[in-house]
Design a protein around this ligand. Structure first.
Ligand code: HEM
Length: 226
């Protein structure tokens, strides 16, 4: 069985503040107890939480390991995707012609503004894919030397946002889909206005590139009417 415990142990001890750690712990406890109550009523989920809990029941993981797996999923799967969405939005605001082209593709694919944009169709939009790939090429992972040792891959233009090999990102398909859904909906449904100087966005790498401005990247969003 492939567990993700080494990542969880190393990263979380070093990088998560005590209050954030407590919020995560409470949330994980809540999720586990809610799922356990559902399981008692014979309701199961078809997801990784259920799989992890089942491994616990089968004796393959102890309670501490189940919680650590849940923490890893939460940590590895939230800020990474959120930062990538922020990067995509910032880059689109920096390049209005790209934003306009993306919007045109979305408008043509989804003529009805009020209807949800199904993932199956979002997955087949070449320009949306290109925008997201370019965002990830420019802004994804470059490992921080202090924690990971000397980087093996020095060419920052190489495209491997989810790493490679047996320990690559297990959430990559999910992450691509989240990016398609969120960026697709935002661009199709909202007019965006940058509340920051688009020519200067300070950021730094940690798993994904992240903004280093004290007020984040404020963006005004107005619902489109047409
Ligand atoms: C844009 C979003 C994401 C990026 C850029 C990203 C990037 C990465 C990278 C580069 C690694 C490999 C780290 C290494 O070399 O050791 C990794 C591992 C991992 N990622 Fe992601 N990730 C993203 C989203 C997610 C999501 C959504 C999940 C879960 C729902 C997730 C779960 C994991 C886990 C559990 C590992 C460790 C895998 C292992 O050690 O076997 N990631 N991710």
């Amino acid at each position: 069985m492939k567990t993700v415990l080494p990542l969880g142990r190393g990263l979380f001890d070093k990088y998560i503040s005590a209050p954030a750690y407590k919020v995560q712990t409470d949330h994980i406890d809540h999720c586990l107890s809610t799922r356990r109550s559902l399981n008692e009523k014979k309701e199961t989920g078809a997801d990784i939480l259920q799989w992890t809990m089942d491994q616990g029941k089968a004796g393959n993981l102890d309670e501490k390991e189940v919680k650590s797996m849940a923490r890893t999923m939460l940590g590895a799967g939230s800020k990474t995707t959120a930062n990538s969405m922020t990067s995509a939005t910032a880059l689109l605001l920096q390049q209005p012609e790209t934003l306009a082209k993306l919007r045109k593709e979305l408008d043509e694919a989804f003529p009805h503004l009020s209807l949800p944009l199904p993932l199956e169709k979002l997955k087949r939009l070449p320009y949306l894919d290109a925008v997201l790939h370019e965002t990830m090429r420019l802004r994804a992972d470059n490992k921080e030397e202090g924690h990971w040792g000397k980087p093996v891959m020095l060419n920052k233009n190489a495209f491997m946002p989810f790493s490679l090999g047996t320990r690559d990102c297990i959430g990559k398909t999910f992450a691509w889909n989240e990016l398609r859904v969120v960026i697709g909906h935002i661009v199709r449904r909202f007019d965006l206005e940058a509340g920051f100087d688009v020519s200067e966005i300070e950021g730094a790498d940690f798993m994904t590139w992240q903004v280093k401005r004290p007020d984040g990247l404020p963006v005004k969003m107005r619902p489109r009417t047409t």
